[in-house]
Design a protein around this ligand. Structure first.
Ligand code: RP5
Length: 293
């Protein structure tokens, strides 16, 4: 397995255009047909509503100020913002600033403002794809599909906010490196480290450090996340950590915690329905391992 990560720079977004905005009943996006997504296609009638969730407007530490109403010019777009300790660079290149705010590089979403996202521009996340081969209980042999392809499994969590199954990823905290985010989120969501005793915490840390010491980058770029808007969007780095012999992660005691209400080993196949762009990361992982899809 090796180095090349996919960059879906020519992708469009679909989930970022769903009509009713997440965690609202009545915030509806302006309709954007497929052909009107790119900014260079004229759409004179385009009048998207403006929405930023109250949780973002209440100025928590993870959110930016409203750059449209202040004269604060200290934010460093398309750069590492040292003052805020936030990476405002996009994985997919330079984004435009229009009317003082970053413009979604993929195209129109039908909504202005930040919605549920704290940062204007890219909101960086990291996603661990932890895999093992599916094995027969009795013989320990790897299970194959009808075409003789070995079946891969990955650790999926059920999100608390919308109950969709997803990778146990999360937001990169200010100043944090992606590798730290991956370990932290996995330990919190899939192993419930936040509620473990101090002896259990130590065990979790040792096992997680060993597993995550070697991974393969599967994807870095834009995420088709339902929270995206014309001015704020999700980006991620997804890394695969594979337990080929079923000797390490395969023995972890999974326990949903923090933002997850469920956790399980899930068989990988093309029928999977996952949050945001996670299906495409899983497909890429299956292909890299020449596994069943
Ligand atoms: C997705 O949102 C990313 O791929 C990542 O899995 C997730 C991060 O957001 P939270 O889970 O912290 O809400 O776009």
């Amino acid at each position: 397995m090796g180095g090349r990560a996919v960059r879906l720079t020519t992708m469009t977004h679909i989930k970022a255009r769903i009509e009713v905005y997440p965690r609202t009943d009545d915030v509806k996006r302006f309709k954007v047909p497929d052909e009107k997504v790119p900014w260079n296609v004229k759409y004179q009638e385009y009048e998207p509503p403006d929405y930023t969730a109250p949780s973002v407007l209440s100025k928590p530490p993870w959110a930016d100020p409203d750059v449209r109403t202040t004269n604060d010019t200290s934010i460093k777009w398309n750069d590492y913002d040292k003052a805020a300790n936030v990476n405002r660079r996009s994985h997919i290149g330079e984004y435009k600033i229009v009317d003082k705010t970053p413009r979604n590089p993929i195209g129109r979403t039908g909504l202005r403002g930040r919605g549920l996202l704290g940062r204007w521009g890219p909101n960086h996340a990291a996603d661990p794809i932890v895999t093992r081969w599916k094995r027969q209980n009795k013989t320990n042999e790897v299970v194959k599909d009808k075409d003789g392809q070995p079946v891969l499994q990955f650790i999926a969590v059920q999100r608390r906010d919308n109950k969709e199954w997803a990778l146990p990823g999360g937001m990169v905290d200010p100043g944090e490196s992606v590798t730290v985010t991956i370990r932290r989120e996995f330990s919190e969501e899939a192993l419930n480290k936040l509620e473990a005793s101090s002896t259990e915490k130590k065990k979790i840390e040792t096992a997680v450090n060993a597993l995550f010491s070697k991974g393969d980058e599967i994807y870095r770029g834009y995420v088709d996340d339902p929270r995206n808007t014309d001015n704020s969007w999700m980006e991620t780095i997804a890394m695969n950590f594979h337990d080929d012999h079923g000797k390490s992660v395969a023995n972890f005691k999974l326990h949903a915690g923090d933002d997850a209400v469920g956790v399980q080993w899930m068989d990988i196949s093309k029928t999977l329905k996952l949050y945001a762009s996670h299906e495409s990361f899983i497909k890429e992982t299956a292909q890299k391992h020449a596994a069943s899809w």
